[in-house]
Design a protein around this ligand. Sequence first.
Ligand SMILES: Nc1nc2c(ncn2[C@@H]2O[C@H](COP(=O)(O)OP(=O)(O)O)[C@@H](O)[C@H]2O)c(=O)[nH]1
Ligand SMILES: [Mg+2]
Length: 204
Amino acid sequence: MGSAPASEPATGEVHLRPGVQTAVKLLVVGHFAVGKTTFVGALSEIRPLRTEEVMTEAGAIVDDLAGMTDKTTTTVALDFGRLTLNDRLVLYLFGTPGQQRFAPLWHDMTRGALGALVLADTRRLGHSFEVMGVLEELGLPYAVALNQFDDAPAHELDEVRDALDLLPETPLVRCDARDRVSSTRALISLVEYLLTRIGHLEHT
Ligand SMILES: Nc1nc2c(ncn2[C@@H]2O[C@H](COP(=O)(O)OP(=O)(O)O)[C@@H](O)[C@H]2O)c(=O)[nH]1
Ligand SMILES: [Mg+2]
């Protein structure tokens, strides 16, 4: 298995802050080429761990490459990164492959996860249904972040919400997976959603 060169950590903060009391596992999921590796790489304060494989011609049959001319690697296992949100809370991010053939791995990865951020692409919204379906089957709460590609149609969020058939409470935000601030905001919308759900559970 090849290992793609990792970019420099976003903040250079390698050691966990001493006051951190809570560690939360979150998944970053989505279909092929939606930007999972980019997202985890942009956010992580530690050098992200990636397992990527150079795509082969054989793989091109199963990985839908339409319109993805500059993509030459595909994640065969996972992306792993860490983001300290504040002095007490650290997030561990697991970017997991959306391809159907990795489904068993993906199910294992959901163990112990509090929630998932589904990355979606307005050029292929329909490709997100499979991922959201699995999360719903597993009962894992999720938020959706539209990774805005340059040539993608810029639909209103309400239209996208309808197209994806999201529940009214499911957060839907835009993000640029290449941008740390934008990606952090998307992740915070998931964390806030998870916190309100925990609040509701505690009061029932
Ligand atoms: N223009 C643009 N390109 C992006 C963005 N996010 C990812 N990409 C590119 O899209 C391709 C697929 O991204 P990647 O992170 O490998 O997708 P993954 O298969 O979900 O891990 C790569 O060539 C990225 O550089 C984005 O927000 N905007
Ligand atoms: Mg990837």
